[in-house]
Design a protein around this ligand. Structure first.
Ligand code: COA
Length: 214
């Protein structure tokens, strides 16, 4: 299940948020070698980890096994502050119903074809965005994600041209939030809906919602 953590319930998830910052450091700095994110305290925290950030964490027995982050596009965000040139054709997309998605990860032991963790995080993100009436998600992504999203039937619009950044081919895109995209993502790995935990409660007092198979 995916836990939605924002400023209102973050105190219930202090251990998991801390664990996720350390996992981000292990993954992005030690594994991916994105060395500009290196921090002496071993916590990968950037200028967009503010009270406006919403974290989606996949927890198994209270431990973080995957996650991601959403930041309102009306706030400073990665595409507006660091990579605006990735939106140089359609322009930056900002609005109360548009969020930026960053920092998707799955811990190494839960990755791969046999695992549904990545797709559960993706479905959880779409489910949350549908609940919030968001219409779109913008993302600075490596271009290898494009076929992976298209195989899920997502509508992904480039905002600019693919550009090499630190040896990686990157592109700015906008993904439409639709019920169809959510259902396709669930069906791809036969994931049961809903994927979100009732977010008024902390991880130790979870009331999971009724489960339906899609
Ligand atoms: N470069 C190119 N392709 C990649 C890739 C990378 N860095 N990482 C994953 N892929 C693609 C490949 O096609 C891969 O298949 P392959 O192993 O046969 O080449 C496929 O995705 C599956 O990836 P895998 O890691 O086995 O499992 P997954 O789909 O469960 O998880 C991630 C994918 C990206 C969530 C996971 O690899 C991860 O957490 N990586 C580190 C964090 C990260 O790079 N996040 C994206 C940027 S924020």
């Amino acid at each position: 299940m995916i836990h939605i953590i924002d400023a209102s319930n973050r105190r219930h998830y202090a251990d998991q948020i801390e664990e996720h910052f350390r996992i981000r450091h292990r993954i992005y700095v030690e594994e991916r070698r994105w060395m500009e994110l290196e921090r002496p305290d071993g916590r990968e925290v950037d200028q967009f980890d503010t009270d406006d950030a919403v974290y989606l964490l996949a927890l198994k027995q209270g431990k973080v096994i995957g996650g991601s982050r959403l930041v309102p596009t009306l706030c400073p965000h990665l595409m507006s502050e660091v990579f605006p040139f990735l939106a140089n054709i359609r322009g930056l997309q900002r609005g109360p119903d548009i969020v930026e998605w960053t920092r998707i990860f799955v811990v190494p032991e839960y990755r791969g074809r046999e695992s549904a963790v990545l797709h559960t995080v993706l479905a959880g993100m779409l489910e949350y965005c549908l609940e919030q009436n968001f219409s779109a998600i913008t993302v600075v992504m490596e271009t290898w994600w494009m076929p992976r999203f298209l195989e899920l039937g997502w509508e992904v619009k480039p905002l600019g041209l693919p550009t090499m950044i630190d040896g990686m081919s990157c592109i700015g895109t906008m993904i439409s939030v639709t019920e169809e995209a959510w259902r396709n993502t669930l069906a791809f790995k036969r994931i049961a809906a809903p994927t979100l935990v009732d977010r008024r409660h902390g991880p130790h007092i979870i009331k999971e919602r009724r489960t339906n198979h899609v």
